[in-house]
Design a protein around this ligand. Structure first.
Ligand SMILES: [Fe+2]
Length: 223
């Protein structure tokens, strides 16, 4: 089975087009338009709602799911880049949290930041010297939006597509809170958030007993 990385088009396309655009710039100032177009393709990662199940203080770890956790094993990798979509950011802090395969979080109480003492399918980690991260987890399940969430009452009961939450921060950049989704999920189109953010949808490839996905993150510069 191929281990070719799945590349987030929000990052990969700009890098390729950047190179093409630079070559054009050397040739003629009259061809500046392709460069402008290329820069427009390089955007900071889109933000998404933090959702009702974020909890502060998850332990540092890269293996979110124990080996006994039910579900399809997933290895998620990626690189955190600066706003040029090219310079990797070592030491970026990533918070990640998700539902289990049945669509349940380790707390079913929205907004419960402090009551539960244990954390499951949650973690924090830093990117390495190349700005890269790797997380071992399971593919999350879908779940309905709970009732009585302030501002979201009209969406109560709507099934959200499977997703993984992330918050990514680095000292000289603007933090982003986002979610990633999985290509082919039929609930993406009607989701009030995923349906509007195709750049957050990644593909998964089966690799033996695990699925692999790549989600690169681009942070806006803070100055
Ligand atoms: Fe969620």
């Amino acid at each position: 089975m191929s281990k070719a990385p799945i590349v987030n088009p929000a990052v990969a396309i700009p890098r390729r087009v950047f190179l093409q655009g630079s070559a054009v710039m050397v040739g003629s100032a009259l061809l500046a338009r392709p460069i402008l177009a290329a820069k427009q393709l390089c955007h900071p990662t889109q933000s998404d709602i933090i959702g009702p199940y974020y909890r502060f203080g998850a332990p540092f770890r890269t293996q979110l799911a124990s080996l006994g956790e039910p579900g399809d094993r997933l290895v998620l990798t990626g690189t955190v880049f600066s706003s040029d979509c090219a310079m990797p950011l070592p030491g970026a802090l990533i918070e990640v949290w998700q539902a289990n395969a049945a669509g349940l979080y380790d707390t079913n109480k929205p907004g419960n930041f402090t009551e539960a003492r244990t954390f499951n399918l949650r973690g924090m980690l830093y990117t390495n010297e190349k700005g890269q991260y790797e997380i071992e987890t399971i593919v999350p399940g879908r779940y309905p939006i709970p009732p009585n969430l302030p501002g979201l009452e009209k969406y109560a009961g709507m099934t959200r597509p499977a997703h993984i939450h992330m918050r990514v921060m680095e000292s000289l950049h603007v933090p982003v809170t986002t979610q990633l989704y999985f290509k082919g999920d039929p609930f993406i189109a009607d989701d009030p958030w995923a349906g509007l953010k195709p750049s957050l949808v990644i593909d998964l490839k089966q690799d033996g007993k695990v699925r692999r996905g790549v989600f690169d993150v681009v942070l806006a510069r803070g100055f």
